[in-house]
Ligand binder design. Sequence first.
Ligand code: SAM
Length: 229
Amino acid sequence: MTFHIITIFPHIFDSYLKEGILKRAQEKGLIEIKIHNLRDFTDDKRKTVDDRPFGGGPGMVLKIEPIYRAIKQIKSIKPIKRIKTILLSPQGKKFNQKIAYKLSKFSKLVLVCGRYEGVDERVAKYIADEEISIGDYILSGGELAAMVIIETVTRLIPGALGNIESIEERRVNQFPISNFHFPTHSYPVYTRPEVFEPKPGIKWRVPKILLSGNHKKIEEWRKKIGERG
Ligand code: SAM
């Protein structure tokens, strides 16, 4: 799976995508992340990526031409099948695990990050296959949204999670994700100490059942708590 990010701030991605699971998935060759600076697809000396909105109004709008060129070039890179172009937008379909699962079946995801007042609407209308929002709030740009999608989708690629993480994932999400019965709640977890004393006389304890050593009872307790959410 290759993720192609189109952005005017390529350095935003410098650290996050090079740590943890994403780093490992790239090292194992399971995913590739390619960042494209929108300014490289402009055709003027000043590398203009934005302009004022027609009809007036505040802010600037990302122009269609560089985005069109960037996507055209990305689409010409092999493999040219199973490509999905996503425009990150607060008006888009709300991202969730079910969408992530569907996206994980593509071989190339193109993520277009808007900025300022947004992106010329013709990108949504004629170029993007889908508009996706990561929640009902307004970010300054699509870069964070792109990272959320990349991380969530990568976790679904076989082999991306380490052994312990995937065992845990399977245990928490008791249903096969392909059936879309995806519980959003898991059980609470605790670690040492058994009793934490923030102040003298106040004790915050780990539930006794977890210290009992009775694995059957612990599983039942976790299941009950998980179902309750
Ligand atoms: N008034 C604009 C609008 O409603 O689209 C706000 C644009 S926002 C300041 C700039 C860019 O951030 C958007 O074009 C989009 O790419 C990204 N963005 C903002 N909120 C987002 C969200 N909740 N999900 C995904 N992308 C978002």
